[in-house]
Design a binder for this molecule. Sequence first.
Ligand code: FAD
Ligand code: NAG
Ligand code: NAG
Ligand code: NAG
Ligand code: NAG
Ligand code: NAG
Ligand code: NAG
Ligand code: NAG
Length: 533
Amino acid sequence: MDKLNMKFPPTVVLTTFIWLLLLNLSLHQGKGLPYMTSDVQQVSGKSFDYIIVGGGTAGCPLAATLSEKFTVLLVERGGSPYGNPLVIDKKYYGLSLLQTDEFSSVAQSFISKDGVSNLRGRVLGGSSSINGGFYSRASEDSVKKAGWDEGLVKEAYGWVESKVVFTPQLTPWQSVVEFGLLETGIQPYNGFSLEHLKGTKVGGTVFDELGKRHTSADLLDAGNPNNVMVLLNTTVKNIIIDTNCKGNETRVQGIRFIKSDGSSSKIHEAYLNQPNNSSRWGDVILSAGALGSPQILLLSGIGSHEHLKKFNISVKVGLEDVGHGIQDNPSIAVLVDKMPAKRQPESPQIVGIADDFRFIIEAGVVPISLNASRTRISAKIAFPASKGKLELNSRDPRQNPSVTFNYLAEEKDLQECVKMVQLLERVAKSESVSMFLGITPNNTKSMSSADRRKKLCKSSVRTFYHYHGGCRIGSVVDKDYRVYGVKGLRVIDGSTFQESPGTNPMATLMMLGRYQGIKLLQEWKDNSYSQHP
Ligand SMILES: Cc1cc2nc3c(=O)[nH]c(=O)nc-3n(C[C@H](O)[C@H](O)[C@H](O)COP(=O)(O)OP(=O)(O)OC[C@H]3O[C@@H](n4cnc5c(N)ncnc54)[C@H](O)[C@@H]3O)c2cc1C
Ligand SMILES: *[C@@H]1O[C@H](CO)[C@@H](O)[C@H](O)[C@H]1NC(C)=O
Ligand SMILES: *[C@@H]1O[C@H](CO)[C@@H](O)[C@H](O)[C@H]1NC(C)=O
Ligand SMILES: *[C@@H]1O[C@H](CO)[C@@H](O)[C@H](O)[C@H]1NC(C)=O
Ligand SMILES: *[C@@H]1O[C@H](CO)[C@@H](O)[C@H](O)[C@H]1NC(C)=O
Ligand SMILES: *[C@@H]1O[C@H](CO)[C@@H](O)[C@H](O)[C@H]1NC(C)=O
Ligand SMILES: *[C@@H]1O[C@H](CO)[C@@H](O)[C@H](O)[C@H]1NC(C)=O
Ligand SMILES: *[C@@H]1O[C@H](CO)[C@@H](O)[C@H](O)[C@H]1NC(C)=O
């Protein structure tokens, strides 16, 4: 700086500085992140056009999109991902999953009643802030089945991808897995592609070239920062529902929330704007995830009479299906190293999409402690038949609800699992993988009968973390994601999926937030409620 000052008059220096600043701003395309606070007082008693509960994978792009025309409150029970190395730094990949506590860690652990350990995000960005970062669009078939507008789906994926998706640099282990999958016959090789294609491919990643994670929170940057208020470290307790407001209409008025840290039991409220002279209001939109959204509905008195009675919650809408049909994709993982090592943890970058899209195979290096990791290959059943149930565990919204996935309960799933294990064993024993790990390929005719594999499936079933359902389309929400039997309430997140999009769901949930946001903007335009802001 001193040197510059000597060479150039101050005005030139200043102009250069401003020019560089502008250049920097124009390269950085966003409009800036919205205002974020953890102070409930700043929101208590205020009104907004839309209130989004859960600043997760779907909630953030939804908030950004709605903010183009409306005022939006986004409430997230966790803190900010920015400045948190456990979230942002790829070199700490997976450690957040080990360092969990009851009420404040960015990853919250839960154990399903099946006895399987699992995790969910508790931070702005949601599970996209703690996950493997593997990015892959849903297949065309899934998009058709969901009944979405294909053009708008493409546009919404493109919007997401221009902001948070990168091409990975394959690590040696990922290249080895790529060869192992091809060797096993998971063909053709599709190279790098964001599409869900039969065969072996390299997927997208939310980790950039500098090893920095881009979470769905980064998508907030694309909204109108003046229209969004992000309330962090705040847990929504329930929805305010008025049943006597207009004749026999049941309508949502707002939300009740508490501080997440439990430092105060005070309950605060925020409301939906009541536009003057209009029958049309905004909505409270639940984007609290597959577990969070059904939990909040139940806590608000939307659910089965019998269940709510047990918790002394008065029934506002007797919607029996809330929490029903929740699913998790059964997964089996094989450790291919002999013992824990100090290898740098590694997120999956390669995927094998086998057996007519039924099996998804990935590999990674996962930390098991601060200084040790395991190398593994894992597979999931893409379309399980077994379904489960989510129920309340407590009236405390900060506690996990109780969830049973019923892994492999249906015979079809068990049969598929046996086939999947067979395939997984072939990949694990492929020459590429064996050579890389310095293990002589073991071609000994194993005693691996279907029975042994069945037993293995039952004893070792685990999660691929793609659990979904709980507020399924057609039973809890309609095709426009509106909750049946109540006005002004929608659910937009993984809880609405009838089946997970075959592939890893993050891409589709980011897309869904954008897509439904655009749909809502269009709805208002079409109905031209001109008196509304
Ligand atoms: C460990 C792990 C690894 C994964 N790896 C991948 C991967 O590599 N690729 C991939 O595509 N998918 C992956 N997934 C799956 C994917 O991340 C999730 O399916 C997806 O992020 C879910 O999005 P969502 O919007 O439904 O919910 P979430 O992103 O979980 O968002 C829900 C948000 O709501 C908040 N919330 C909940 N309850 C309340 C409340 N009462 N009040 C206020 N806020 C609340 C939560 O804190 C959270 O931020 C992984 C998941 C996990 C857990
Ligand atoms: C929000 O919660 C996180 C996690 O408990 C904590 O680290 C952070 O300090 C909190 N922020 C504020 C402003 O309270
Ligand atoms: C109550 O609901 C019924 C059926 O939805 C409707 O026909 C009726 O007009 C409603 N009554 C009032 C007072 O809104
Ligand atoms: C509603 O309309 C009345 C009369 O036009 C006006 O006085 C009032 O300020 C309006 N309220 C809002 C919230 O716009
Ligand atoms: C709403 O406004 C229109 C015209 O601006 C008027 O004709 C109508 O009576 C109003 N309705 C109510 C319920 O105020
Ligand atoms: C159930 O709720 C009622 C009314 O809110 C209250 O009076 C009663 O004490 C509650 N009972 C229990 C067991 O919580
Ligand atoms: C990790 O650290 C612990 C304690 O410091 C030590 O006992 C263990 O051997 C280490 N593991 C590896 C794989 O280095
Ligand atoms: C080879 O595989 C068989 C069956 O899986 C196993 O019983 C045997 O111990 C293995 N041999 C070696 C050298 O690992």
